[in-house]
Ligand binder design. Structure first.
Ligand code: KG4
Ligand code: ZN
Length: 360
């Protein structure tokens, strides 16, 4: 049955307006309208601007997704929509839009947790069997999850302060590199010497899988200020060396914590071992390579979905809808938008994960 379910997915929880049509595990269309230009002057996502842009663009985005899939509403089995976590105005725009379509067409409505969308992506792309280990690493999130079922997640560690993507963005800003910072820092780092600056690896000497990036951000600021104080500014080589040092520190932190998370996962004796990554930072080449090497050493399949499915998109929301509908889980008009919605209700809330907001 799951094979044939055709679902329209809608995503609007942060700064991407997205719609997609998925049939089983086949993506028939996936449209993403980014908002980077709208927020460029403000140094971050402005919730009010984001919500307005979602409200203006959602119907065009949905029209395009249906046209690309060569389908109309009558061909669908349900509408799946991100109902949280995220910026409340954006999530509301999506939920209201989905409710409107559901009311007009009679199609079932399915609310999806945005993080579940990311976490289930390995099943969309690689049909990965449960349980698998997942590292969600983006501009707003960083957590290790054991995905036991489409609706059962165990969070075994996460950031206690900032998310790595946020640290990449901040690093780019202090080095005078463009936004989004991740790709800019990665590019600059290619010509850099990672050993020139001694940068900390916070929490590495503490047990467990929790991570911290705020101390690294501060150390970057100090290192930059040190160079500026002695040389009066930053050369291209300084930018490259600082970028390389920062990226190596993030890769070391993620890899060591992933090794520990993997040992917890392996102790569960899964029939096949799989470790998947998702989120914007998963696009980083050296970080991917380090995690891949770790998996090879632990006899574990490494799954890195294609980049357009690692970052925010609606195909993952539609697919999470497929999984829910296959279990006859649908919502009704009482579906509400939730700015906060942890995947693992049993885990204690993290102190301040993702200062940029509840984006994922
Ligand atoms: O998952 P995502 O598209 O959006 C949310 O955070 O919701 O992730 C965006 C984050 C940004 O902070 C961006 O700088 C980071 O992912 N990023 C990268 C790379 N590409 C994007 N970080 C490191 N290396 C990259 N190549
Ligand atoms: Zn996300």
């Amino acid at each position: 049955m799951t094979k044939h379910l055709t679902i329209l997915g809608i995503e609007s929880s942060c700064d991407d307006t997205a719609a997609a049509v998925v049939r089983g595990t086949t993506i028939l269309s996936s449209v993403v309208y980014g908002q980077t230009a709208l927020h460029a002057d403000f140094g971050g996502v402005v919730p009010e601007i984001a919500a307005r842009a979602h409200a203006e663009k959602l119907d065009h985005c949905i029209e395009e997704a249906l046209a690309t899939a060569q389908l109309s509403f009558g061909d669908l089995d349900a509408i799946a929509v991100t109902a949280g976590p995220g910026l409340i105005g954006g999530v509301l725009s999506g939920v209201m839009c989905a409710k409107g379509i559901s009311a007009a067409t009679g199609l079932p409505l399915i609310g999806v947790n945005h993080l579940a969308g990311h976490a289930l992506t390995p099943r969309l792309t690689d049909q990965t069997a449960f349980p698998y280990l997942m590292l969600l690493v983006s501009g707003g999130h960083c957590q290790f999850l054991i995905v036991e079922a489409h609706d059962r997640y165990r969070r075994i560690g996460g950031t206690i302060d900032d998310a790595p993507g946020e640290a990449f963005d901040k690093t780019a800003r202090i080095l005078g590199l463009p936004q989004p910072g991740g790709p800019a820092v990665e590019k600059a780092a290619e010509r850099g010497d990672a050993k020139r600056f001694k940068l900390p690896r916070p929490l590495l000497n503490q047990p467990g899988c929790d991570l911290s990036f705020s101390g690294l951000k501060t150390a970057m600021l100090r290192a930059r200020d040190g160079v500026v104080a002695t040389s009066g500014g930053l050369t291209v080589q300084d930018q490259a060396d600082l970028s390389a040092g920062f990226q190596a520190a993030v890769a070391d932190i993620l890899t060591e914590k992933a090794r520990r998370a993997m040992l917890i996962y392996i102790a569960m004796n899964p029939a096949t071992r799989s470790f998947a990554i998702a989120g914007g930072v998963a696009a980083n080449g050296p970080i991917r390579t380090a995690l891949m090497a770790l998996c090879a050493g632990l006899d574990t399949v490494f799954i890195a979905p294609p980049l357009h499915l690692c970052t925010d998109n609606a195909a993952m929301i539609a697919y999470a809808g497929v999984e829910r509908m296959a279990k006859a889980e649908v919502d009704d008009m009482t579906l509400s938008a939730r700015p906060r919605w942890p995947l693992d209700d049993r885990a204690a809330p993290m102190l301040g994960s993702g200062k940029k907001g509840a984006k994922a």
